[in-house]
Ligand binder design. Structure first.
Ligand code: PBG
Length: 336
């Protein structure tokens, strides 16, 4: 007599639905598609220039002519939008970041050219002063070296307006100043740019995962040993993220973002559950670098891990993910 007969049979066998591909597919709760991806890119001045970013293997800073070709490809792959970050020449950086709102600055020119070349691709611009300040902080410093909130917001307004006037579809303030979403929304309304969307980096943490990005845009050396803890959030906090998100929504944000991504998926979940608004997350440069280090050592299967890492954002509640893997992931998804 089998031992089994003296035991109870399991009431549920969850493995039944896992047995075959058809039933696994039927019960699948979340799917990742190219439409979930936003591709962050680094743009350089000049022509036919391509520079590797050593701490982000596979990521290149590109001059606009080359970036336009990449943008065409991204659009053809089904990626809805690109997030643009400038690499600003050292001589254009200053204490007050005036270059940030130069109507013919690198970002403003890039937006115009990208919108002309690939009109169907959404263009998201970063609103923050760090690529433009000689000290590498996201704002204007007072006499004590503290980032002055309201003076910074004044400059951010000019920057956001110059991006919107150049044709940016979405402005994305990543600076974490208080009141900037409301101020930007008011200026956009005043200037009748009523359809410019705002993606607020609402819950942006003072994270150590941004290092490779600061190498990529060339702000790391300027920042030196200073940090951003007086304006970006403490990684210890969760409730504060909900407070930030609620304020940004009340001030007129259309979409909110949590950043970094993978270590902060609990925050993504809470935001989505509490606010039920378009919620995005940023798989940041350090997350990219960690993955690439493991891939390049043969420790992880690149293609599978990329897709798993991005799918997990969807499961956590994100509507989309900013990721340096966007093109590679879109290719994998389209060929699957
Ligand atoms: C600038 C900005 C940063 C990132 C996006 N916008 C860096 C920072 O706040 O220091 C980081 C993105 C990444 O690490 O991939 N305000």
């Amino acid at each position: 007599m089998s031992l089994m007969t003296s035991r109870q049979f399991p009431a549920a066998r969850l493995r039944r639905m896992r047995k075959d591909d058809f039933s696994r597919r039927l019960m699948r709760e979340n799917v990742l598609t190219p439409a979930d991806l936003i591709w962050p890119v680094f743009v350089l001045d000049g022509e036919n220039r391509r520079e590797a970013v050593p701490s982000m293997p596979g990521v290149e800073r590109l001059s606009l002519d080359l970036l336009i070709e990449e943008a065409r490809e991204a659009h053809a792959l089904g990626i809805p939008a690109l997030a643009l970050f400038p690499v600003v020449d050292a001589e254009l950086k200053s204490e007050l970041a005036e270059e940030a709102y130069n109507a013919s600055g690198l970002v403003q020119r890039s937006v115009r050219a990208l919108k002309a070349a690939v009109p169907g691709l959404g263009i998201i611009t970063d609103v923050a002063l760090d690529p433009y300040t000689s000290h590498g902080q996201d704002g204007i410093l007072d006499a004590e070296g503290y980032v002055h909130n309201d003076r910074t917001v004044e400059t951010l307004l000019k920057q956001a307006l110059s991006h919107a006037e150049a044709g940016a579809d979405v402005v994305a303030p990543s600076d974490m100043m208080d009141g900037r979403i409301g101020a930007i929304r008011q200026v956009l309304e005043q200037e009748q740019l009523v359809n410019t969307r705002i993606m607020a980096y609402s819950a942006k943490y003072a994270s150590n995962y941004y290092g490779p990005f600061r190498d990529a845009v060339g702000s790391a050396a300027n920042l030196g040993r200073a940090d951003k803890t007086t304006y970006q959030m403490d990684p210890s906090n969760g409730d504060e993220a909900l407070h930030e998100v609620a304020l940004d929504l009340a001030e007129g944000a259309d979409m909110v973002m949590i950043k970094p991504g993978m270590p902060y998926l609990d925050v993504v979940r809470r935001v989505k559950e509490e606010l039920r608004v378009p919620t995005f997350a940023y798989q940041v440069s350090g997350e990219y670098a960690m993955h690439m280090a493991a891939f390049d050592n043969g420790w992880l299967d690149a293609d599978r891990v990329i897709l798993e890492s991005l799918l997990c954002f969807k499961r956590a509640g994100a509507d989309g993910v900013l990721t340096y893997f966007a093109k590679r992931a879109a290719r994998l998804l389209n060929n699957a």
